[in-house]
Every structure is written in C-alpha cells, then in structure tokens.
Design a binder for this molecule. Sequence first.
Ligand code: HEC
Length: 129
Amino acid sequence: MKKIIPLILLLLYSGCDDSSTNIDDKVIPSSNVSYSQHIQPIFNVKCVNCHGVGTTEAGLDLTTWSGTKADPRIVVDSLPENSVLVWTIEVPARAGFPQMPPIDAPYLPLTPNQLRGVKTWIAEGAKNN
Ligand code: HEC
C-alpha cells in the first residue's frame, strides 16, 4: 500500500496539471461556443502579450470580453465576415490588414478549429458567456 500512494498522487497530479494541455489540443464545439471557456483561453496564449498585458498594440485589449468588444469594428455582433478580428486571424489575412499573431511572433497561428470557434462565437452574437 505504501508504494501505491505516491503512484496515485502522481496520477492525480498529472491529471490536474493544466500546463501539460496544449491550447491547440483543446477542441472547440461547433455550436454554443463560450467566450470564457473557449475564446479567452486562445487569446491568453496567442494574443494578450501584445494586446493588454504590458503593451496594448493598436489600442486593442484582448484580456477581457469588454476589451475585445470595445471597438465595434473589431467584433461585429453576429457577423464574423465583417469583423476585423476575423480578417486578421485568417491565413492569409485580408489584404490591408496585419496577420495575427504576426508571422515573426513566437505564437502559432490559430488552428482551423480555433478559427471556426471564433467565427461561431461571433455568429452566435459574440456573447459574454
Ligand atoms: C507579437 C505581438 C502581437 C501578437 C502576439 C498579436 N498581435 Fe495583434 N497586433 C500587433 C500589432 C503590432 C498590431 C498593429 C499592426 C498594424 O497595424 O500593422 C496589431 C493589430 C491587431 C489588430 C488590428 C486592430 C485594428 O484596429 O485594425 C487586430 C484585430 C489584432 N491585432 C488581433 C490580434 C489577435 C486576435 C491576436 C492573437 C491571435 C493578436 N493580435 C496577436 C501585435 C500583436
């Protein structure tokens, strides 16, 4: 029994350790996308170091829902195809708009699932959910 306890603790620890879960492995559902559960975690890994933590490039703060929604051009409720945020994270970005995250940044582009997730969140009303 004495030998089993450390093993159980190790298993519990590795099961709870969030840092071992890569954001790109977290699958976003095709509907009922949640800002707090699915979208903010992507921004936290791939965007906030330039948008809200330490520096706020282009005046865009992506650390909170209200920051993300502050400029009505960036996220147009229900219309992902009209939202500047979508134009920048598509690969390639829309002509005249910067590629986000920048190609030279140490952050990977959004996966197809994440891109679809962001579009779905906006299509569903860009709610603070
Ligand atoms: C390494 C720093 C860096 C990272 C990481 C980064 N950005 Fe940016 N972002 C910038 C800079 C710098 C600009 C202004 C560039 C320009 O205007 O050419 C910008 C501009 C933008 C704009 C355009 C704002 C406007 O008013 O036109 C959007 C939208 C944007 N970023 C979204 C994002 C998103 C979403 C992410 C994460 C997926 C991200 N950025 C990650 C540096 C960064």
